[in-house]
Design a protein. Structure first.
Length: 245
């Protein structure tokens, strides 16, 4: 998906505006001073090599009818392979997510991907290309628990999607994390997608940069939104799932 590659390039070059992809020119927010300070301390003047780009995406049913929400993590590996992490879903009155404003018009490829995902899990086998064992081993240990598939949660999600097979779904694009390798260490750069009402386009807003170590990516914003569907992995906190815009 082109946007995943562009986001990787944009966040890798967050301190070098001349390196921004054309599609995101003037659509990347300015990092805070705290972000710049952390970046300088972690990158030692370099940019790092993208290892994986993670997009927090999802979909929510639109009225009328009962509510259901799906969240997933799309993964673009550094060599271009596309994978998924666990898909999680919920339904009922607790669902409070909203589609990302203008997403079908501003990023039609993302919207199309999400609707095809729903269609595939609704009418086809409950299968997706998840990370293999070898691919997980190629990632920092702290990411393996977060990105490995939770099959029972995935199966439950397929069941929820199929209960709402006649619903109309609105796509959601929430956040991105790019994992960069610098020598033997890794850093994660996180950003939110925001809808700019003036231009009608999505803006990529840098939020945090942190070392990848310990049991999680340890990003300041990496906490699951209250009540949001999430996969539970042994020994790891789920990657960030900010409230939908």
């Amino acid at each position: 998906m082109p946007i995943a590659h562009d986001v990787a390039v944009a966040l890798t070059n967050i301190m070098s505006p001349e390196g921004m992809p054309a599609a995101w020119a003037n659509r990347v927010g300015s990092p805070s001073q705290a972000f710049k300070t952390r970046w300088a301390s972690l990158t030692a003047g370099g940019k790092g090599e993208p290892v994986a780009t993670l997009l927090d995406i999802g979909a929510v049913t639109l009225p009328p009818g009962s509510r259901a929400e799906v969240q997933a993590k799309f993964i673009l590996l550094g060599d271009g392979r596309i994978r998924w992490s666990t898909v999680a879903a919920r339904e009922g009155a607790a669902v409070d997510a909203n589609p990302t404003p203008g997403l079908p018009a501003t990023e039609p490829a993302v919207s199309d991907l999400l609707l095809k995902l729903i269609g595939r899990l609704n009418s086809g086998p409950c299968q997706l290309p998840f990370l293999t064992g070898e691919e997980l081993l190629s990632l920092p240990a702290s990411l393996r628990g977060e990105l490995g598939v939770d099959l029972p949660t995935f199966a439950d999600s397929c069941a929820i999607i199929r209960k709402h097979k006649d619903a109309t779904w609105g796509p959601i694009l929430e956040a991105a994390v790019v994992v960069l390798r610098q020598g033997d260490s890794y850093i994660a750069v996180a950003a939110h997608f925001l809808a700019d009402t003036a231009s009608g386009k999505l803006v990529l807003e840098p939020v945090d940069v942190a070392p990848v170590k310990g049991s999680t990516m340890e990003l300041a914003w990496a906490s699951t939104a209250a009540g949001a569907p999430s996969a539970k992995h042994s020994g790891a906190t789920p990657a960030a799932a900010p409230k939908a815009h």
